[in-house]
Design a protein around this ligand. Sequence first.
Ligand code: ZN
Length: 780
Amino acid sequence: MSNGVNNVMQKIEVDNFSSKDKANLNFWLSMVEKYDYDKILSICLSAGTTPDIAERIANEIDVNLNEEDKEIVSMSEVRKLIFALLYKYDWEAAKRFKTDEIYIRTNSEKFEVFRREKITKSLVKETGITENQANAISMDVEKFIRHLNLTYISSALIREITNVRLLEYGLEEARKKYTRIGLPIYDIEQMISKGASTDIKRENANLQHTPETINWIISGETLEQYAMMKLFPQHLLDPHISGDYHVHILSNAATRPNCIQHVPSLFFKYGLKVDGTGTHTSIAGPAKHLSVAIQHCAKIMLASQTQMAGGQSIDCFNVWLAPFLKGLSDESVRRAAQEFIYELNQSYVARGGQVVFSNILFEFGIPNWLKNVPAIGPSGKEAGVYGDYEEESIRFLREYTKIKIKGDHVGKQHMWPNDVYKVRKGDFEKYPEEMKLVHEFMAKYGTPYIANGLPEWQTENFNYMGCRTRLDAAYAGVWGSQRTGNDIYITLNLPRIAYEAREDDNKFFEILNKRLSKMAEILLIKHKISEDLLHKQHLLKFLSQKMGDEEYYNFMNTTKTFGYTGLTEAVKFHTGNHLHENKDAQEFGVKIIKRIREYAGECTKVHCLRFSVIASPAETCAARLAKIDIAKFGKNVINAGTKEAPYYTNSHMVRMDANFPLAEKIKIEEAYHPLTNGGHILHIWLGEQSPSADSLLEMSKKICQKDIGFFAYTKDFSVCTPCSNFEYGLKPKCENCGSEDLSRYSRITGYYQKVEGWNPSKKQELKDRFRYGVGNCGCD
Ligand SMILES: [Zn+2]
């Protein structure tokens, strides 16, 4: 122990001021005193720490100051360092280290002396209140803080205290602007230890528990709070919170639009800049070979996913690629397809630890609208027209489908991309071999979809993503469904309207109209946000990059979409019957959706923007809305699930457990497909059954004669972790090795996911699903 410390020890013994006076004296002394090593020891010891720690602190400060500094630095400045080090080595002593100074612990772990003027300034700057108001508030805050007699206070806590004062002053709007957003410590710990797998707020099950996912969820939570506080006005968000409707992907509203259909031929022509500018990454020139062209397709989706909340899709995939197939063997084509599939399925390193929600659409041959369009081939050169490549286009479809049928290394299905086969008039007759192959794929895994172009109401170009989002040529011609997608959609809680209307038709439509007008306001605000992101903040550089003279993303053609859920429950409450139980119930259901479509049409006219109607996937909100309604309306609520896991039936679908022929289900649901220009799907739940490809093909032919625009057969299956055994059905244990460590898969709303990741209400729905047999579907 140095002499200095001894001296200080003696000094402390004679020092018997009251603690308050001592603090004052110390404070004033420190203002005039120059740097002094012994003084530091003395201060530390008087705070009650051990001589060892005191010496350590004094040394640490001494080593860090050079001789010149020691000449000019005052003890008042050193006191900050002393406090910081006491805080580090002896928390109790730091608490006792009291002076008139209040130290603020800022975000970067630095300590600053409290200054009231800082609060005043930030209040004026951030909230726009007057300086007088800000002054009065900051004085109140200072008084309160001094009264607490704290050793230090965090800047976050000062903000919270200031917010309480803002509320007391009646400045609620200012408080909303001034508030800090983030997550409670408890929530973050839960997320790290357990993941957010059963959180009702999750928008989709396509997330694994990884460090990246935790980042994604935490940032999403913060941005969602921001959206709620700042992006949309209260009168539009209150109905979201109270459950009149559900605004989807609020966590992305501030930074991204929803989804897109890509046109890879533009990248084949101009080359690929995945950052949109080429300044941060390598620039690839126009692809020369199929294997490069197809890699570019994967990269387009990966790059674009960083700028969008939802799905990435490529329409007419095999058509764009066809010019690259000339002279290649089937084996080379299969290898390229395989590279593409693995690239997308193994992109778990992507944003948020979330694999890209990817989707590709196949044409049987070349659709009319592309037949005379100049084809872009190797090296970005024009190579005839797409109509010249019918053979290559169908060959790609064939070889790709074969690879998908094979499954992965252990025979498990490739989950991505979602494959959509577009059926046009005459395709069943013209391409029997390929149709059979596609149905073998369906019979094996159930994953592909059919987009049915046969109904009258389908346009020359129509497309769907695996999440059912739909675009067609009706709004802006055949190219109007390309390089664009959905900007945002909102799901309307239909049963809620029924409870409020109390069986009064007029009242029902009166409430419906009011809700729709609020939803339209939100859709328009979001349009403005996305437009600013693109052209003011320049945040979406991949989307806004130029392709020739044009911007790649056709933002003005994006859809602003009204969705809905629980039609059958709404109708049941209103008329006494479910959609499938009674003709009047079905008629009332159609009337409701017609009105929504009509309203969307009116919005399109008035605002010159593309408003549409979707049969919402509602993966999460079907449960959320039912829960809120049960809390509000109690036992009057028509609940499709159980007390523990309630839900409303998806969009206009018949009840999941309705046990009646598929033909009857189709008859009811086909009425809604022509009305939902923003998307729809018919689910045929097969469960464990393994129908032959032939019987599925026969069934598809029949379904394509109906007004069904989009459909999929869903098979459930289980894959054993230890032995990779693949079995149909959701099995409790492996039939091969007896292990209970199985992954069970089914289609959640649009896409396949591991059942373990589903929310409780979706799991309940899975139990309730009525599985159809094939061959006795009753279709004629
Ligand atoms: Zn096994």
